[in-house]
Design a binder for this molecule. Structure first.
Ligand code: PLP
Length: 310
């Protein structure tokens, strides 16, 4: 819409732009100038723009599906095609072996961003408080603000970006009615992963606050260089108050640009279907091709290159 008639837009459109996205959008402009002056392009470390080509196994599986003559363009159920949901449940039994999810508890969304939006929409009323350890993925704050909730940061800078239980306790004392705590490990942007003792300490503290819902933003689990654990491995009873969110676009599919992601919500909201075609592509890349390690291997190679450069 071109707002030539000055239609009054909602207050939520006043949310500040993400600085990281602004920086990212300037990089091609700066690189053009640098090219003009004969300078090397900047190395872009600003946004998680994939530099790793999709795993050929995934592309082959997509191609096979496209050629199979079974691709249809009909409406799917809002939470996703049954066979896809069943496949996600199978994947989750591998990811979260201590917990039995059923297909009625999972939902396919447009990106983990869509899953976050659904989860926040289910959970947050006006003025509700959401806690997140610093630093955090900037979309959390814009989505929460759009729903008139408030994101309160729990400091970690003094602790090398690791969650500090004393600071969590302080935040919970300050905001005793906090509704949600977000856990995102490996963390964007710090890269910090949680160890078993971190999770045990978190589980002990959170068990003192049974009303607090936990969102496990697990999108980088497959890019962990060490064994990845979540609260669900430490105490499976958290399944009753956790929303788990994953993204096939990250380490899992090895195809970060396919935009075929899924999320898991214990409640459902209907924010419109993910198209059948996309769901078929999810099916292909995640399951027909088998799990691939292409992204993680690409990032390991990249980290070695960076260490060499610096
Ligand atoms: C921590 C975190 N959660 C969620 C997302 C959103 O993932 P998607 O690209 O699948 O929407 C991102 C994207 O970079 C992220 O870094």
């Amino acid at each position: 819409m071109r707002n030539e008639n000055n239609v009054k837009l909602t207050e939520r459109t006043n949310a500040p732009l993400s600085s990281i996205r602004e920086i990212s959008s300037q990089i091609p402009v700066i690189n053009k100038e640098r090219e003009f002056f004969g300078l090397d392009p900047l190395i872009n470390l600003s946004i998680g723009q994939p530099h790793i080509p999709p795993d050929p196994k995934v592309l082959d599986a997509v191609q096979a599906k496209l050629n199979s003559g079974t691709l249809s363009f009909c409406y799917s159920r809002s939470q996703g095609r049954t066979e896809t949901l069943e496949a996600i449940v199978r994947l989750y039994s591998y990811y979260y072996p201590e917990v039995d999810y059923t297909k009625d508890e999972v939902m396919v969304t447009n990106g983990a961003s869509g899953a976050l939006w659904n989860a926040f929409s289910i959970l947050i009323e006006k003025n509700d408080i959401v806690l997140a350890f610093e630093p955090y993925f900037s979309t959390y704050s814009s989505q929460i603000q759009a729903l008139y909730g408030e994101l309160k940061k729990i400091p970690t800078f003094h602790n090398n970006f690791r969650p500090d239980i004393a600071k969590l306790e302080e935040s919970l004392a300050t905001y005793p009615n906090a509704k949600v705590l977000i856990l995102n490990y490996p963390n964007n942007p710090s890269g910090v992963s949680l160890h078993e003792d971190d999770l045990q300490a978190l589980a002990r503290k959170l068990n003192e606050y049974p009303q607090l819902i936990v969102i496990i933003d697990d999108v980088y689990r497959d890019l962990n260089y060490t064994k990845h654990l979540t609260l669900l491995d430490i105490d499976p009873s958290f399944r009753n108050r956790c929303v788990v969110i994953n993204s096939g676009a990250k380490g899992l599919a090895g195809a970060p640009d396919l935009k075929n992601r899924y999320g898991e919500c214990q409640e459902r909201v209907d924010t419109g279907n993910v198209t059948t075609t996309i769901i078929k592509l999810i099916w292909c890349s995640l399951f027909d091709a088998g799990r691939t390690d292409c992204c993680r291997r690409g990032y390991v190679k990249g980290s070695i290159l960076l260490v060499d450069l610096f």
